[in-house]
Design a protein around this ligand. Structure first.
Ligand SMILES: Nc1ncnc2c1ncn2[C@@H]1O[C@H](COP(=O)(O)OP(=O)(O)O)[C@@H](O)[C@H]1O
Ligand SMILES: [Mg+2]
Length: 251
């Protein structure tokens, strides 16, 4: 499981995270929401050990991501799939090369094995026969799917999504949300979805935490979020509220 205790992170004089406590049990699907710039991506980067905390810690299956040596971090990262904000595919590589990047980093060299896993993961996200294409030939939605196939390539136990639907049109967002939800159920992974898309929260998450002023301001179900009378929560909802959300709140 993932356990975060008293996590602090500043950049120069600017405090971003000011004491985060959060436990994410295995199998949970949790959304992390908050204003742009509130530290959501920083929190994910701390989780995978790409950034180090100033204080407090994050442990994943008992390993402290801030203190572990690189070799141990690599071991833990083998169990984590990461969908970066934007698809972050390499344009100079084929889809096959993009999807199998992590597997190669972890030492898999057999081209037949790589091709088999790539085809399997692409099928999982509803794509077939596009292994030899390059990202520039793909639509935004397809790129996200390829990035998702890449995140799933090592059969991770945890999947971290950074803004999976940002920048996509509503129909494509809907498809990606459904895909994330189905995969989460089918693969029984623990999913952590960073977003400011309340549609995504409604569709996917059973639990939602609201990050505000460097702290966890709210932790509950989406339904409880909409019923909250906290001023900061209400302001956030007002800004990002969708018609569906409004209907839920008044039902
Ligand atoms: N590597 C960095 N160096 C300095 N400041 C950073 C760095 N990464 C993020 N920040 C700052 O931390 C804050 C939170 O960033 P981020 O986590 O990306 O926000 P968001 O919630 O939109 O994902 C922002 O003010 C950003 O400018
Ligand atoms: Mg971000």
């Amino acid at each position: 499981m993932i356990k975060i205790t008293n996590l602090h992170k500043s950049f120069g004089e600017q405090p971003v995270l000011r004491g985060i406590d959060l436990a994410i049990p295995d199998g949970e699907t949790i959304a992390i929401i908050g204003q742009s710039g509130c530290g959501k991506s920083v929190l994910l980067k701390l989780m995978i050990g790409l950034m180090k905390p100033d204080d407090g810690e994050i442990t994943i299956d008992g390993v402290s991501m801030g203190k572990a040596k690189e070799r141990q971090l690599e071991q833990v990262r083998l169990h984590i799939g990461f969908l970066f904000q934007g698809a972050a595919l390499f344009d100079s590589m084929t889809v096959l090369e993009n999807v199998t990047l992590g597997l190669k980093e972890h030492g898999e060299r057999n081209p037949d094995v790589l091709a088999k896993i790539a085809a399997e993961k692409l099928a999982l996200v509803g794509l077939h026969g596009i292994e030899q294409r390059t990202p520039v030939e793909l639509s935004g939605g397809m790129k996200k799917r390829v990035a998702l196939a890449r995140a799933l390539a090592t059969d991770p136990k945890y999947v971290l999504y950074d803004e999976p639907t940002t920048g996509l049109d509503p129909v494509t967002s809907d498809q990606i949300d459904n895909l994330v939800r189905d995969l989460t159920a089918r693969l029984r992974v623990t999913s952590i979805i960073v977003t400011h898309d309340l549609f995504t929260v409604e569709r996917i998450a059973k639990r939602v935490v609201f990050l505000n002023k460097g702290k966890i301001y709210f932790d509950g179900t989406p339904d409880e979020l909409y019923k909250s009378l906290d001023v900061a929560v209400m302001q956030f909802l007002q800004r990002y509220r969708t018609p569906v959300a409004a209907a839920v709140a008044t039902s």
